[in-house]
Design a protein around this ligand. Sequence first.
Ligand code: ATP
Ligand code: MG
Length: 603
Amino acid sequence: MARRREIPTEESPKVNFSKEAVKEALIIFKYLKPYRGIFITALVFIALSSGTTMAFPYLLKRLIDSAHGPLTGPLAFSPGGIALTMIGVLALQMTFSFLRIYLFTYVGENAVADMRKEIYQRLIVMPIDFFGQRRVGELSSRITADISQIQDAVTTVLAEILRGLLTLIIGIGCILYVSPQMTLLMLSVIPVIIVIALLFSKRIRKLSKEAQDQLADSGTVVQETLQGISNVKAFANEWYEINRYDRSITSMVKLAIRNGKLRGFFVSFLMFSVFGAIVLVVWYGAGLMQRGVLSFGDLTEFVIYTAFVGGTMAGFAELYSQLQKTLGATQRVRELLKESVENVSLSKHYIDNQFKLHGNVSIDQIGFSYPSRKNMEVLKDISIEAKAGQQIAIVGPSGAGKSTIVSLLLRFYDVDKGKISFDGIDANEIPLSQLRSQMALVPQDILLFGGTIYENIAYGKPDATREEVLAAAKQANAYDFISSFPEGFETIVGERGIKLSGGQRQRVAIARAILKDPVILLLDEATSALDSESEALVQDALTNLMRNRTSFVIAHRLSTIRNADKIVVMEDGRVKESGTHYELIDIEDGLYRSLNKLQMFKE
Ligand SMILES: Nc1ncnc2c1ncn2[C@@H]1O[C@H](COP(=O)(O)OP(=O)(O)OP(=O)(O)O)[C@@H](O)[C@H]1O
Ligand SMILES: [Mg+2]
């Protein structure tokens, strides 16, 4: 099982408000575009709801001042009139807030759903190599977390920032109007806040990133352990895994608490400065009132606006960290969208006449190394010729490169040297989906999907009728064992097919391939997990299946490929020998001959 390892830093980049990061974040607007009408309406409602909120302190002041005698100027109503106006404003404010939240949620949810769909679409068309170089569990949890972060940003952070900015502008305007001196006194707290923010924010950011990574790390521990649960149990290593998880969680908690302490300091300093400033201002205002420069209503209005402004400023600290997280998230999403993808068709495809294959396959002097291990040549100068309908067997020791040939035929990877062609057409010129839909693979490590047996077979041809599916199961000699289950074809196979035996899984995979009815069949050790009796049965099915189509059969048990039209013996990435069984068996000191002898001896 994979051991705990460092989370590569590239996965959680430290994000500053650099030009590029902000530019990448603008990708969000691409998804908002289809909803821009509603989005703009929502913005208008934000402005309206902030406006009505900000009218409140003013009305309050008028209400208070009306106690001292009739008012002059705008809204010169009786106290009852002003109170009624305030209720009216409240009702308006209620409506605006409702619409703002509703519309923002509508736009946010829709835009993020589009984003999710696009990312999934991109992910699923990534080449095999992309998945080979990453841990899929981490990839999917990262994406979930990143998209939720972006969703938060669209539905709340953006709205909060706009509301905050409006509140600041209107609020500062109003307090300036009431008393410029007091405003300046009030604003003198801003430099103090900035200094505190600078002191704290960097460390908070660092700690919260560490805590996040540590959390992801403990998630990986759980995932790996549960995936390999039978290993854990077989080795009686439950205690070991528990300790591993404990350690991981404990260090996350430590980090999170340290971060909480820091945030606590930060927030309390912030509160202290903001409210300290308010005390200072009220004290100063009280002096002005004593001298009759300021009315009681003015002072109340000023204090309430100041509280709005101060609260908004304090809120910006939180918004700032949210924005930073969002920048990180959009950056990772962007990186994903930038990866090069396979050129496969994204809708149901039909085969063009031009690319309808007959099954002639020519592998011509290919050389190949896996992208992740560039300096290790896995295949060296391999040539294999298959005429339509022929059965080609590939044999050889473990690690010789047999499965790699199958991957290359499916074009999971591009060859480095030489070329592969089908019916004389260079493989690179056949659209990928069209090529792959004419082949079927029964892989070495069979992996079923979590659904029912029926769904797993039908995967070979999603629009197959029930009769076709049952017929395929019969041909693969799977029908009997499936019918013997209480739920028959509706039996859930369990995650990755664990509720079936190895041989049963293999027969389901063979049925799937039969249903697909391919021109070219690729069998990688298709009968390896079968006992001699089922092997004979499946071998029958396979012989039927292989008739009239080109097949590449990888086998360890040589008895199963004796009748092949051609046997290719590979060793260490090269073709050692090739010919029919009788030709190969005649070669003195031949590899095939010696392998054959060894196996005869065993059986
Ligand atoms: N995805 C991969 N990335 C890097 N190297 C790989 C990858 N898959 C296989 N290899 C390497 O390529 C070589 C050939 O592997 P391959 O799976 O083709 O062998 P094989 O002949 O099918 O063996 P077996 O009989 O055990 O299935 C091996 O040395 C293997 O380590
Ligand atoms: Mg193999």
